[in-house]
Design a protein around this ligand. Structure first.
Ligand code: ADP
Ligand code: AMP
Length: 222
């Protein structure tokens, strides 16, 4: 059976950062619902207009749309050995849809749900300093914790960095509230299934990565 990892944690916890590293380490696709929506938002369509407005406000895209889009991505051949999910599921109906999808498509189930824990204050500081490469969204920086070598330029490909449109103080506050209401119940959802593992998210990026890898290896052996 494949390895299906669901990364949980507040906005800013480091899910995207860890998923990009896990992708290299485990050789599995990184499936990011936020990334899929950012691609859609760049298009010219009614759906794009709707997604852009929802994202800018820090609200959640409706479950039906989200499930359809992630389903299309996970149904591709490269997901048959597993995926690293970042930002999905974010609601209980999404988690139930994921269980059904993995069962029907791959005769598989979620392997582990690492919950990257940190305080709200730390999450806000992380979000406030986040800068992303315009060429590759996996090249992520933080102006205080992980600054680029040259001013606002990506170390890897030399492209300019930008701040996400939803990285504003108003959207951050709202995203944390939405998380508490809609996403926090997933902690118990996965705990009840024996799949939750708590990770101290206030460690360095490298230390978080080693802790997550150790948890995945231990789950694979049991
Ligand atoms: P999420 O995907 O959970 O919203 P990100 O991976 O985008 O979070 O990380 C948010 C910001 O915090 C980014 O600027 C990233 O560089 C930084 N960051 C991620 N993990 C850590 C860490 N362990 N320590 C310090 N900064 C971090
Ligand atoms: P992220 O990149 O994970 O921070 O997501 C950015 C934005 O995309 C969120 O604030 C939501 O508006 C939208 N989004 C991402 N994933 C989901 C999801 N699973 N369900 C609903 N909306 C989502």
């Amino acid at each position: 059976m494949g390895t299906y990892i669901v990364l949980l944690g507040l906005p800013g916890a480091g899910k995207g950062t860890q998923a990009a590293l896990l992708k290299e380490r485990l050789g599995l696709p990184h499936v990011t619902s936020g990334g899929l929506f950012r691609e859609i938002a760049e298009q010219q369509s009614e759906l794009a207009d709707k997604v852009r407005a929802i994202m800018a406000a820090g609200d959640l895209v409706p479950d039906t749309i989200t499930i359809e889009i992630v389903k299309e991505r996970i149904s591709r051949d490269d997901a048959q050995h597993g995926v690293i999910l970042d930002g999905f599921p974010r609601t209980v109906p999404q988690a139930e849809a994921l269980d059904a999808l993995l069962g029907e498509t791959f005769d598989a189930s979620v392997t582990l749900a690492p919950f990257i824990k940190l305080s709200e204050a730390e999450a806000l500081e992380r979000l406030g300093g986040r800068w992303v490469c315009t060429q590759n969204p996996n090249h992520m920086y933080h102006m205080k914790f992980n600054p680029p070598k040259a001013d606002h330029i990506c170390d890897i490909d030399g492209a300019p960095l930008y701040q996400r449109e939803d990285d504003t103080p108003e959207a951050h506050k709202h995203r944390l509230d939405v998380y508490m209401e809609k996403t926090a119940p997933l902690i118990d959802y996965y705990r009840d299934k024996g799949l939750l593992v708590e990770i101290d998210g206030e460690q360095s990026i490298e230390a978080v990565q080693e802790t997550v890898i150790a948890a995945i290896e231990s789950a694979a052996q049991s």
